[in-house]
Design a protein around this ligand. Structure first.
Ligand SMILES: C[S@@+](CC[C@H](N)C(=O)[O-])C[C@H]1O[C@@H](n2cnc3c(N)ncnc32)[C@H](O)[C@@H]1O
Length: 326
């Protein structure tokens, strides 16, 4: 199969996965070329996050709850992507007998992605999730998740990829699950090889200068953190080493505090949080990605996103596997 692959995106967030999937952007002076893909559908149930998405793509991210999304509302496509929220997995493990799409598990988001897959049968799907998925429920959930994807008609493989080994200034380990309908394509697929292992991109490359005062923690917050009985074990505010990639950023950054485990920065002897633009860069979004909407929405959506550069590399390998199938 050759030509332009149509991509449908579920749980699209601000579009990290989507941007990586289509390419055509630049990050830290490196070009990630346009891939032979076209986004035909995107959805998320969080309206402010959809608005942020819409500022950055030509097509619209539909404000929709996946539970009410009918498969026929999703246009035909070749690749289905979804960074489904991980809340579903405990349920998978607790209900092994209920595996398969049943009304009793409706509302569990992972099953909703499988439902769309079953009904639409694209050539490929890519799902992304936290590494903890592998060990969820004492390791019982993950094999069931894989089985559910297999039952939808796919040859399935997975790998934990660390974004810092692929040119992203962040230690972000995520499991990528990729499934092909065609066995030959599946056998041809390989996860991308690390490109920056041992010479990771440090945070110092992405820091903004002249950061607004509102990003600095007050002396009261610093004193409170130092007094807290956890301050030693908590690594005193998790100030990051600017000569290394950042620890994982998450949606929680919207509520960052010095007493949490969220990464913060020591800037000229003062603690501060990362700015939304810095978080975008830590996630490998290009500076052309517009950060519209509230700061809270920016942090939440960016922290939840799939690093575009990481996704670009995975998609490139998927395209290779698909397009040799002549
Ligand atoms: C991990 S984030 C996805 C990030 C996205 N893949 C990216 O790269 O930017 C999961 C998204 O699922 C959305 N979500 C959660 N429950 C949903 C539901 N029932 N229907 C639709 N979207 C939902 C959240 O709003 C969130 O943006």
């Amino acid at each position: 199969m050759t030509g332009q692959y149509k991509v449908a995106s579920l749980f699209s967030g601000c579009g990290g996965m989507d941007l990586g999937c289509v390419g055509g952007f630049e990050f830290l002076g490196k070009k990630y070329k346009k891939l032979p893909t076209k986004l035909v559908y995107a959805m998320d149930f969080d309206e402010p996050i959809c608005n942020l998405y819409n500022s950055n793509f030509d097509h619209i991210c539909n404000v929709q709850d996946i539970n009410t999304l009918k498969s026929e509302e999703v246009p035909d496509h070749d690749i289905l992507t979804g960074g489904f929220p991980c809340q579903s997995f405990s349920v998978v493990a607790q209900n092994p007998k209920r595996l398969g799409y049943k009304d009793s598990v409706k509302g569990k988001l992972f099953f909703e992605m499988c439902r769309i897959l079953r009904d639409k049968q694209p050539e490929v799907f890519v799902a992304e999730n936290v590494k903890g998925l592998l060990s969820a429920n004492k390791g019982e959930a993950f094999p069931l998740v894989l089985q559910e994807f297999k039952n939808a008609g796919y040859h399935v493989t997975y790998k934990v990829l660390n974004a810092s080994e692929y040119g992203v200034p962040q230690k972000r380990e995520r499991v990528f699950i990729v499934g092909f309908r065609d066995k030959i394509c599946f056998e041809r697929f390989h996860f991308p090889k690390p490109t920056t292992k041992g010479h990771e991109v440090p945070i110092s490359k992405i820091l903004e200068s002249n950061v607004d005062e509102k990003y600095f923690f007050s002396q009261k917050a610093v004193d409170g953190m130092l007094k807290s009985k956890n301050s030693k074990t908590m690594n005193k505010g998790r100030a990051q080493d600017v000569n290394s990639p950042c620890n994982t950023v998450g949606a929680h950054l919207a509520k960052v505090s010095l007493n949490s485990t969220d990464p913060v920065l020591m800037d000229n002897g003062r603690y501060r949080m990362f700015t939304p633009r810095e978080v975008a860069r830590i996630q490998s979004f290009p500076d052309s990605f517009e950060l519209t909407g509230s700061r809270t929405t920016n942090y939440k959506a960016l922290g939840n996103a799939v690093a575009p550069v990481m996704m670009w590399k995975v998609t490139q390998e998927i395209i290779k596997a698909l397009s040799n199938n002549e």
